[in-house]
Write a protein that binds this ligand. Structure first.
Ligand SMILES: Nc1nc2c(ncn2[C@@H]2O[C@H](COP(=O)(O)OP(=O)(O)O[C@H]3O[C@H](CO)[C@@H](O)[C@H](O)[C@@H]3O)[C@@H](O)[C@H]2O)c(=O)[nH]1
Length: 259
């Protein structure tokens, strides 16, 4: 009998000015994947999960790369740094990171920290639940959702809350994809599925998360959801502006026209 190939999880983490956030998120990821004790979901032993973190930094002027180089040494061989010159955007950073990933599962997430209590927008503590969910019915994608029962958003002002919720309601009304958090970017993908999705859509801007989910549905991939509590960042700024909102609206209509 052929030996069963062990799963490997590659976390792709795009960074731009995340010097303060990076060490803590790396520490939490290491703990999530390697800690002996079982927590959160007892069906997921965390002690024997093969993992790597691929940091894709776009020449952050705040010294993120110097911090990342130290992390590469400390967490060897689990942490890899890939750099690009100049800020080339979140979407192309995922595509770039995927080229270096060795895992058969890919997790994409943001590096955003709330406070010294280490409460993240995308907290690694949800990863074991995402893995368990994927395994429960061999789902192609598991997406963290802020907008299903059990999920939530904390720390956003009314304007940002309405922008995010409004973006989701708008896309849901036009596209009917059956995914409650279309703009969320904390997701686990089967590697082959993510490769296929990158081939199938050229959207790389703010509407990329939505385009990936809608395209996945159109291609017949299965998507499950895990509720996450999303806590706003304290260190660093969101790069979301008016331009991204307009681009998103255009993206919804382009997808509508195609599907
Ligand atoms: N390498 C690289 N990383 C980037 C770039 N821009 C942002 N990042 C990194 O990408 C992550 C998210 O960036 P934010 O600027 O904090 O994102 P946001 O505007 O709040 O948008 C996030 O949330 C949206 C939903 O609320 C998502 O739709 C969006 O994809 C993203 O995850 C962070 O880890 C940040 O450092 C870039 O040009 N290059």
């Amino acid at each position: 009998m052929a030996p069963v190939k062990k799963d490997k999880y590659s976390v792709i983490l795009p960074t731009f000015n995340e010097r303060q956030n990076l060490p803590i998120i790396t520490w939490l990821l290491n703990r999530t994947f390697t800690e002996k004790r079982r927590v959160a979901d007892p069906s997921v032993p965390r002690s024997n999960i093969d993992w790597e973190l691929i940091i894709v930094d776009d020449g952050s002027p705040d010294g993120t790369q110097e911090v990342a180089k130290q992390l590469v040494k400390v967490y060897s061989p689990h942490v890899v740094l890939q750099t690009r010159t100049g800020k080339l955007g979140l979407g192309t950073a995922y595509v770039h990171g995927l080229q270096f990933a060795k895992g058969n599962f890919i997790i994409i997430m943001d590096a955003k920290l709330l406070s010294t209590t280490a409460d993240f927008s995308h907290h690694p503590k949800f990863i074991p639940q995402m893995i368990a969910k994927q395994k429960s019915a061999d789902y192609d994608i598991v997406t963290g959702t802020r907008y299903a029962p059990g999920g939530g958003v904390y720390g956003w002002d009314l304007k940002r809350r309405m922008t995010s919720k409004g973006a989701n309601i708008f896309a849901d009304t036009v596209l009917r994809p059956g995914v409650s958090d279309l703009t969320g970017s904390f997701r686990l993908y089967k590697r082959a599925v993510l490769e296929k999705l990158f081939e199938s859509t050229d959207v790389r801007g703010f509407s990329m998360q939505m385009a990936l989910a809608v395209t996945a549905k159109a291609l017949g991939y299965t998507i499950a959801e895990v509720p996450i509590s999303f806590v706003d960042r304290v260190f660093g700024d969101s790069k979301l502006g008016g331009e991204e909102v307009v681009e998103y609206a255009k993206g919804v209509f382009q997808l509508w026209a195609r599907t």
